[in-house]
Design a protein around this ligand. Structure first.
Ligand SMILES: [Fe+2]
Length: 363
């Protein structure tokens, strides 16, 4: 029988119902995080599965170029970046990223430090829309690993919520829509397409509909609005709230819940991105959702938030299906938060199966 007792070199504390904090029990253990994790790898990965996420704090910080080895070597996870799933080298991935920012009108200015390693975008005086990482695509990562090499100057926490717990707190009608519904994201390009744009778009997962004026409507693949968390079979909503049509509701809900955050503005990325988020059936026919429903969703998420206040050297492993996240407002300073997405996850394989009604059984 595998033992799930906490390893003696770690002090274990519940930060919140879905995050466990591990700190060293002695100075001697501080320098040995990699060895200690290697020795107890299954215990920690099991803890992520059971609870949602783990955080290691107060150990000697690792260096940026050691992070990939930590994730793929020590933890034995498989790096899988949703936005760079083919493992394009960093210079090319960055070029494609800035190309897509130009064509879509915005991006969050994250940058690849290596094939797998991404420095997250800067903090603003705004609160981001809640999302699962890569939620605009069906092939995404099951886990997020994050390392804080330098915290922000002020606030700049990461909001985290358990999206399976959020689902249970939604009104029944909205639950029903999100349980079987599909997220459809479509963009209008920021400028008319040139030949090179069209060639690049041929290898993207977006479908392209040309308009007479040379601009195009780009539509993403349908993504299940909810998935079953593989280990718990609980329904977890899978939003990716970067759309212009939902952005005012994100802001309104954030204002309502986070009353002590000063006079923050709407998220500028979602405002600049000409993207629309619709809920559809499995055929892509709109089932619609009102601004009030969007507001209710975001308010419910924000009320469930834990605000992760990063300390230098923190390393976190997060279940990207069960937990959602977003950037809080603050002052960037030299904040350097680096992410490696790991272990591929196919949202289509884990969508909530439609219940068979008794009428269908009779037929
Ligand atoms: Fe994110």
């Amino acid at each position: 029988m595998p033992s799930h007792e906490s390893p003696t070199e770690f002090l274990k504390e519940q930060l919140t119902p879905f995050l466990t904090l591990f700190t060293p029990t002695s100075d001697q253990n501080k320098d040995q995080l990699q060895d200690l994790i290697e020795k107890n790898r299954e215990y920690f990965l099991n803890e992520v599965q059971k609870r949602g996420g783990v955080v290691f704090r107060d150990f000697t910080p690792i260096k940026v170029d050691e992070f990939d080895g930590f994730v793929q070597g020590t933890l034995e996870l498989e790096a899988f970046n949703t936005f760079n799933s083919k493992g394009t080298p960093a210079f090319m991935a960055n070029w494609l990223r800035s190309w897509s920012e130009k064509i879509l009108g915005a991006g969050d200015y994250r940058r690849y430090l290596g094939k797998t390693t991404v420095r997250l975008g800067p903090v603003e005086n705004s609160i981001q829309g809640p999302h699962v990482e890569g939620g605009g695509l069906t092939q995404r990562s099951r886990l997020l690993t994050l390392c804080c090499f330098e915290p922000g100057q002020e606030r700049a926490e990461t909001g985290i919520a358990d999206f399976s717990s959020v689902y249970k707190r939604l009104p029944a009608e909205l639950q029903e829509k999100l349980k079987y519904g599909w997220n459809q994201y479509s963009y209008t390009t920021a400028h008319p397409l040139r030949l090179l744009d069209r060639l690049i778009l041929k290898i993207s997962p977006l479908s392209v509909e040309m308009r007479k004026d040379g601009y195009a409507t780009l539509t993403g693949q349908l993504c299940p609005a909810s998935c079953l968390v593989p280990d718990t079979d609980e329904i977890s909503i899978q939003p990716w709230s970067f759309a212009r049509n939902s952005n005012p509701q994100v802001h309104r809900a954030a204002k309502e819940v986070f009353k002590d955050r000063g006079d923050f503005t709407q998220d500028s990325t979602a405002d600049a991105l000409n993207m629309n988020w619709d809920l559809t059936d499995s055929q892509g026919n709109s089932i619609g959702w009102s601004e009030e429903e969007q507001y209710t969703l975001f308010k419910t998420i924000f009320r469930e938030a834990y605000l992760m206040d990063w300390k230098k050297g923190d390393i976190a492993i997060i279940d990207n299906v069960r937990l959602g996240h977003w950037r809080m407002n603050g002052v960037q300073g030299n904040r350097q938060l680096v992410q490696i997405q790991a272990n591929p996850f196919d949202a289509l394989e884990h969508r909530v199966p439609e219940e068979v009604t008794s009428d269908e059984v009779m037929a």
